[in-house]
Design a binder for this molecule. Structure first.
Ligand code: MF3
Ligand code: CO
Ligand code: CO
Length: 264
């Protein structure tokens, strides 16, 4: 087996490290959220994130991350409107009222990655944008709740796909959740579509992300010449939410959820 096929089961001490990294990632999004206003550039968000990350003793995993054309040139991903994921912050990209923006952060703290993203409204969203973002966040939570002892990876995608499609939206297939610990992207792959009861069995100590990207129109994506920026083929809106989770005896612990954000 290739090293990337091996699903590492983390020890209690490694899970504590992942918890620290995950909590830091969530705090970084909380720090950035109030800056998301019409008139700010995605570069300014990037620079604020980089400074905050350094101030907290961490490293931005995206910066210099290996790509097919160029290595990722910024510290966070900022994906606006029709950008599905991996948007590159730029001083030329100014947020406008009505935009939606996913901010995806991955600080590395003491060698462990905390990977989380949320989609924010810039000013007042359209009714469609609001519905897409609400459905996408609910997709993430349905995926998380599908992780149960004895279950399988396919249970996650099945739960997400059923809800997204019932709401009239589509699920991106070209990007998946992933194992994450000392390595940023590793086994297992976590598709956000699929069949319940299929795939790898959940085991205590497995750590991975769930990060559904949900589109208003087609699920098809296109990649720009930079090798990173992924956009919807029909240029309609896309949203995404991401958490890093660990499988426990009872179910899951969401490592990138702050105590104040625990849903009712
Ligand atoms: N954080 C993204 C994910 O959820 C990965 C970004 S890779 C980058 O997996 F290089 F674009 F930053
Ligand atoms: Co991820
Ligand atoms: Co991410």
């Amino acid at each position: 087996m290739e090293q990337q096929d091996v699903i590492t089961l983390l020890s209690r001490r490694e899970i504590e490290k992942m918890r620290q990294a995950g909590q830091l990632a969530a705090r970084l999004l909380d720090y950035l959220e109030p800056m998301v206003k019409p008139g700010i550039s995605t570069q300014e968000l990037n620079d604020a994130a980089e400074a905050w990350t350094q101030d907290h003793g961490a490293i931005s995993a995206p910066l210099g991350y290996k790509g097919t054309v160029i290595d990722f040139p910024r510290s966070i991903c900022t994906s606006v409107n029709e950008v599905v994921c991996h948007g590159i912050p730029s001083p030329d990209q100014i947020l406008r009222n009505g935009d939606i923006i996913n901010i995806d952060v991955t600080p590395i703290l003491e060698g462990y990655h905390g990977d989380t993203s949320r989609t924010f409204f810039v000013g007042e969203p359209s009714p469609l944008a609001r519905k897409l973002v609400e459905v996408t966040e609910e997709c993430l939570w349905r995926g998380i709740r599908a992780v149960k002892p004895g279950g399988r990876v396919g249970d996650i995608g099945a739960a997400i796909q059923a809800y997204a499609e019932a709401e009239g939206f589509s699920v991106v297939q070209d990007f998946v959740g992933h194992g994450v610990h000392r390595i940023f992207h590793t086994a297992p792959q976590i598709p956000h579509y699929g069949t319940a009861g299929k795939g790898k069995k959940f085991r205590k100590g497995m750590v991975f992300t769930i990060e559904p990207m949900i589109n208003v129109g087609t699920h098809e994506v296109e990649i720009l010449a930079d090798g990173w920026t992924a956009l919807t083929a029909d240029r309609k809106l896309s949203a995404q939410f991401e958490h890093t989770i660990v499988v426990t005896t009872e179910g899951v612990e969401v490592l990138t959820l702050l105590p104040a954000q625990v849903p009712a």
